[in-house]
Each structure stands twice: as structure tokens, then as C-alpha cells.
Design a protein around this ligand. Sequence first.
Ligand code: GDP
Ligand code: IMO
Ligand code: MG
Length: 424
Amino acid sequence: MHKVDVLLGLQWGDEGKGKIVDVLTPSYDVIARFQGGPNAGHSLEFSSIKHILHTIPSGIFHDEKVNLIGNGVVIDPVVFKKEVDSLESLGVKVSENLLISRKAHLILPSHRILDAASEASKGDTKIGSTLKGIGPAYMDKTGRNGLRVGDIMLPGFLEKYRFLTGKHMEILRQYNYKDDPENYEKDWFDGTDKMRAFKFIDSEYYIDTLLKDNRKILAEGAQGTLLDIDFGSYPYVTSSNTICAGACTGLGIAPSKIGEVMGIFKAYCTRVGGGPFPTELTDKTGDLLREQGKEFGSTTGRPRRCGWLDLPALKYSIMINGVTQLIITKADVLTGIDTIKICTAYRHEGEITGHLPFDSSGKVEPVYKEFRGWKKDISAIRNCRDLPSEFNEYISYIEKETGVPVTMISLGPDRSAAVFPDKG
Ligand code: GDP
Ligand code: IMO
Ligand code: MG
């Protein structure tokens, strides 16, 4: 029997998950998103199409594959409808190929307003949320107040909606925040009407049946390990479990049914929003990475903070997820930089440590190892043998330090831009 493979980000999100899932989809029968919501922006490029997905799994462009939105995802019907409409206009067969867990929670207009009110009240300490209502929606889920996809089909849906919105209005009054959910209600209910056309399922039963039929499933994560609600740089995190365990709770898979864990990381680091970032570069090199890497948010357009690769953080992510294969993206962005650095440890309160500190508010200083850069344009390389020796040294060092093999190297945004070290 096959097990479920998991693909997830090892940094602060935007590692290139969308692109890599798209590349891997031909080897799977089903692609299943397990957490997060429209805060995610997963980009795919092929045949001069560039597309950004927020809620819908990144296997959707492959006609014959099933895509599943799991119970761990929070769905904004407005964003969902826009995504479906835009995919349908490209001729993608969305309604035939997309299933939704009836246990997934809904983001209401008032969740989005609450997100904005909460951020506004925090001033300088704001999280830098994407303001998609993620935090408030997950709060209602764990607070046992939430509305779920399956509720759309049940009598009393409108009453439940009104009751929850009423609760939110009281909180908004305390924030003294002025915006009215009624302004967004028509679009929201249009979105739920759109959702009715889809097949709602129980993903736990569905996946169990697939595994018994020896079908192959890839679980797609959103965000990254360092944004995990438990293990990320709290409180500068998102509100879900972005780690491998999140695939179990976000789809209904027993831990013993998890197979390969593919961890994606950029050849450097980026972060959007607030929170600690030990290797952040606020100098010209940081600007260069942002420009060469086109590091602007897929969901919000915000410039991403950029810095060198952080090995203690990468090792931490590998540990917490049980990563069995590494996938490196955006190494092409480092081309032309004379000296590339990797942070190998932190100097924290006078000590050298490889551990992420509990409170890293500005006091962590990275210790760097330097590597010779490469001049040759590597973006068109499609055979590992053609990679420059300096590049191979960089990869070998990461493999040696982490003890995990790099099984795919992505060298550009397009579907075709990847090499596979095992296969040459
Ligand atoms: P995700 O959220 O993890 O799916 O990543 P995003 O789509 O938000 O951000 C990754 C960005 O890098 C997108 O614009 C991709 O098209 C682009 N990208 C992905 N892989 C590569 C790569 O290997 N090289 C370059 N230059 N760009 C890449
Ligand atoms: P993908 O799936 C990068 C960040 C936000 C903010 C924090 C909390 O594209 O990798 P939230 O909206 O969840 O309340 O924001 O998390 N964040 C992301 N950063 N990529 C993402 O998703 C992100 N989703 C949320 O910038 O700092
Ligand atoms: Mg993204």
C-alpha cells in the first residue's frame, strides 16, 4: 500500500511550493491541501501562463488529476469563487476535478474585518498578517463557533451566519473599528452558491479508500515551518500547523500512513511581515536578492525581506517535519554574487548555539561560512552534470550538514526548470 507523501515549506513561506507541486503532480493521483487559506499564494508557470493559486491545490492544471481541499483549510467563498472563475476562463476543468472537505471552515466577511481591527490595534507589534481573516477564522474553529463547508447545505445556514456575525460585531464595537460586514455579504453568499456546485466529501474516508486502492496522494502544505502556530517564531506566525503533523490533522491521515516528507527551501531566505529574521540583509545584497528573485508577495504584493540561508533554522525544520528529501529552489537567483554566505550557528547571549532561542527579539547574531559564487547562468541547465563546481559545493555542504539528500533543484519559475540529482 502506498503512503501519503507530504510536500511543505521549511522557511517562512514562498519557497516555491506551487511550482514544485505542479512539477510532481504527474507522479500522483490526488493533490490535497491540508491547511492555511487565502493567505497562501502559490505561483505556477508553464507555456507562458503564470497563475497564482490561493485556496485550490497546485495540481489543478493537470486535467486527469483529483485535487482536494482538506478539513484543515479555511475557505473564503469570495476568494474561492474568483479563483474558480479565473481557472475556468483558462479552460481548466475545476468542478470535475476539485473536491472539498465538508469539515473545512469558512472565513466570513466579519473574520476579515476582525483581522484588520486586531492588526490595527497592535500598532508597531502587528504581525503583518495578509488580512485575509485567517487568525479569526481559526479562532472560531478552536473556540467551537465556526461555520463549516457542510453547513452550506444544511437548513439554518443563514441563521448560523447571522448569529456568528452578530458575535463579531460586538467584538468590533470594542475595537471601535468601523467597517460593516453587510457591505461584503452579497459577494460572500454568491461565493457559497458557487461552492454548492462542488462535491463535498469526508477527506478521512476518501483518503483511506484511495490508499486501500493503492492510489498515490501528495499532501500540499501552505506557508512554512517557521510560521507554524506551535513551532514558528510566535506570535509572528500564522494560525495553523504548517508542519508535517498538520497533514495528519488537516486531511485525516494516521501518522503511520505518512510516506516521503519533501521539504522545500530557497537557496536564501525571505520573510513577509513582522518577526525575527536573524540573517536578514538590509543592505545592497538584500536589495539584489529582492530584485533578482522578484521577491514581492504573491498574495499582497509586499516586498519580501531577504537574507542568507539559515542552517540552524533549516535543521530545525527538517527535525520537526521528519524531512526525507530536500528540494532547493531559486539557486539561479544567487548567480553572479561573488561570495555567498550560509549561517551555520547563532551567537546568542554570549554563546554560540545551533538552537533557535525561545525569545529571539533582535538579540541573535548569525555566524557565517563563506562560499565561492558562480558566474555561469544556471537557469537553462537541465542536466546536473552541467552545474558549476561552486554550485555543487554549496549543495554538498547543505546535504552534509543536514544529512538529507537534495532530490530536486529548481532553477527558474517555469515547470520545465528543474534538475533531479538522482536521475542525472
Ligand atoms: P509558494 O508560496 O511556496 O508557492 O511560493 P510563491 O509562489 O509565493 O513564491 C515563489 C516565487 O518564486 C514565484 O514567483 C515562483 O514563480 C518563483 N520561483 C519558484 N521556483 C523558482 C526558481 O527555482 N527560480 C526562480 N528564479 N524563481 C522561482
Ligand atoms: P505561502 O503558502 C509567506 C505570513 C504573513 C504574516 C504571517 C501571518 O504562499 O507560502 P496571516 O495572514 O496568516 O495571519 O499572516 O504569516 N504569511 C505568509 N508568508 N507565504 C505565505 O503563504 C504566508 N501566509 C502567511 O505575511 O507575517
Ligand atoms: Mg506564496
